[in-house]
Design a protein around this ligand. Sequence first.
Ligand SMILES: Nc1nc2c(c(=O)[nH]1)N[C@H]1C(S)=C(S)[C@@H](COP(=O)(O)OP(=O)(O)OC[C@H]3O[C@@H](n4cnc5c(=O)[nH]c(N)nc54)[C@H](O)[C@@H]3O)O[C@H]1N2
Ligand SMILES: Nc1nc2c(c(=O)[nH]1)N[C@H]1C(S)=C(S)[C@@H](COP(=O)(O)OP(=O)(O)OC[C@H]3O[C@@H](n4cnc5c(=O)[nH]c(N)nc54)[C@H](O)[C@@H]3O)O[C@H]1N2
Ligand code: SF4
Ligand SMILES: [Mo]
Length: 693
Amino acid sequence: MSKEYVNSICGMCSVRCPIQVEVVDGKAEYIQGGKSLNGSLCPRGAAGTALTYDEERPQYPMIRAGERGEGKWRKVSWDEALDYVADKLKAVQEEYGKDAILFSDRGGPFRDFYRAFLRGIGTANYNNHDSACARNVQNSALSVFGFGRKGVSYDFKNCKHIVLQQRNVMEAINVAEVNNVLSGMENGAKLTVIDIRANVPATKADNFFLIRPGTDYAFNLAVLHVLINEELYDKEYVANWFDGFDALKVFVQQYPPEWAEEETGIAADSIRDFCRQLAEAAPSVIWHPGWMTARYSDSFYMSRTIYLINALLGAIGAKGGLPFMGKPGDAGAKGLQSFMNLYPKPEGKRADGIGWMEGRKHYDAGPGLVNLAYDAIVEGKPYPIKAYIAQRHDPLMAFPDMKDVKAMWDNLDLLVAVTFSWSDTAWYSDVVLPISPFLERDDTIMTKNGPKPSFVMRKRAIEPLYDTKAIWEIYSGLAKRFGLDDLVYENIEDIWKFQLEGTGYTIEDFAETGAVGLASAPIYKPVTENSFKTPSGKIQIIDAKLEEDGLPSLKPYESPERPPEDKFRITFGRCALHTQGHTVNNKLLFERMPENTLWIHTDRAKALGIENDEYVSVGNNGYSAKIRAFVTDFIHPECVFMIHGFGHTLPCESRAIGKGAADNELMPKGIRKYDKGGGAISMQEHFVTVSKA
Ligand SMILES: Nc1nc2c(c(=O)[nH]1)N[C@H]1C(S)=C(S)[C@@H](COP(=O)(O)OP(=O)(O)OC[C@H]3O[C@@H](n4cnc5c(=O)[nH]c(N)nc54)[C@H](O)[C@@H]3O)O[C@H]1N2
Ligand SMILES: Nc1nc2c(c(=O)[nH]1)N[C@H]1C(S)=C(S)[C@@H](COP(=O)(O)OP(=O)(O)OC[C@H]3O[C@@H](n4cnc5c(=O)[nH]c(N)nc54)[C@H](O)[C@@H]3O)O[C@H]1N2
Ligand code: SF4
Ligand SMILES: [Mo]
């Protein structure tokens, strides 16, 4: 018997925790957290083996043989698949121009190699998935600080008051973060949860505010009102680092807690008391700006107020608050060499209009807003988009209303899915290029920014079981067909050597733990003239770029529509046992949680004659699904809640098929509703009906 332990990186969600894989006779038997996590892992990470050994994943490249979505495939060799894709991409570019190729992915730290390929072929249309996730937070950080949301980290360990608003740290998991939150609480940190239902953190909270769905912005405006009017803010910090504080002060006068009580259902006295608690803990306060905030048409402004509250308390740049993100350079190290620098940035204008179109100049252009680029597929404007590669991205589940999105893709000559599991998008595509799951593949070295920045290596633990490839192999193969010789590689070691050039580190330095730490102690960078990247160099209340796009910096509050008496607002979130929609068919995780439930308030259920645990019907605009009711006092009566990612219909997923309901199908034409401030889709602006099944 041979037994070895391989250090690698989990790939069951986008957090990418370090893992150690026990490999016995070439089989991955057991996974635990890496050294920096002291072995701890979340349930999904532990189920990585079940993904690997699942026969129900794409095992070889396929080209569509029937109609889109019909599920008829022709098994092909990698050479044929890559020839096919390369020829089609070239033909599209020849006829419609270089930018006629659209690409979207899951984002993250492994992108450099294939983004270099996209530059090499000259398309300006790189996108990530984020318009269905954190775009509002990203753009609000940019609007206030001039840097993105990852410009700060969260020092939970040393924090004295943690505020989770629309943020479920304990079920929407990042293992290191959960550990740090728990350490912080053991050290005495208070916890406040503002949510539309009692989630797991709420059960451990010092303050739990059950808020009326859609009114978070009102709550935050009242907090600003109290902090400013009761002079509970950090005056020195504000004097040094705020630009436009007086405008904020004038603006919030119309929003006292008594007004917010009417809107949110949270008592004015509780809001006041909460603000005083915050001031006591300042600057060691973290009010998390939100992660998945693609929810309302004013979520951008909600996140913006959160950043401003943190700043008023002096928490931006503070120990125990939101310190500035440590990067390799801050530790005196040189960053990894980038493949993207081998090619110039494409000159074309983006198809989503970002950076140049009226109303879209203020958005972060980096990863775009892919939902807006779909209009170019439909209308051929500003120019036609004819080929689309969705890599590690399942837009059909991640965006609302599958039928609507499929119809938007009708004009495509080529739709490619690069993926390690089946998804609605893969099933609907023309070509499936199967990636080896993370236990079977090497990746480019990633940089992990944070208090102690590091380089981390994902090493394959076992040989691929099927005819699948690593991401670098796929793009190296395509690069060869485009004559991009600088991206043609035969083995990963040469790629790693290129990345490490000039850093002073070698591949051998990763042998022991899989990572190279760049700092010996956590980095806390002081606030200086260079901290904020706004025109004034300060935290800005008035954002000229936003206003040039016709949007106010300080948006007057608008009360959200209340659902009609027989309807509910649809709300959703995560659970500890699944990642989005792509783990429902995982054998281990499916056994633990085969379906989602519909949270509904006791009084509303009673009025509808619905008992706990019985199947009910939830519907909107022609879509309806059966789902088990979870009747509880601990949800706001105006809404129902479900875990996202269920309601699968693909015949190739024998476990997941027909289980639970799909929240994304309850949002008709929802991809067209987005927050103009931040660009993210407003997925909770829909009302549904519930009845006995
Ligand atoms: N209605 C509704 N819509 C939502 C959400 C919601 O809660 N409700 N959530 C939104 C959010 S926050 C997000 S981030 C998006 C997520 O949606 P997506 O951005 O599409 O991301 P995933 O579902 O994580 O992954 C997409 C595909 O990548 C494949 N994949 C390939 N390689 C890998 C790998 O190495 N690792 C991983 N993890 N996957 C790989 C997976 O199998 C999966 O099919 O959906 C958003 N859309
Ligand atoms: N286990 C697990 N962990 C994950 C993921 C996963 O799929 N599974 N996905 C990862 C990804 S891509 C993301 S983006 C993050 C998401 O991380 P989070 O955004 O923290 O997670 P969610 O559960 O989507 O939403 C957080 C909370 O918002 C609440 N909520 C819903 N509507 C409202 C509202 O109107 N107001 C208020 N105040 N609260 C509301 C929900 O009840 C929920 O408790 O998680 C990441 N981590
Ligand atoms: S949070 Fe869980 S699933 Fe995500 S990377 Fe970490 S261990 Fe893996
Ligand atoms: Mo997300």
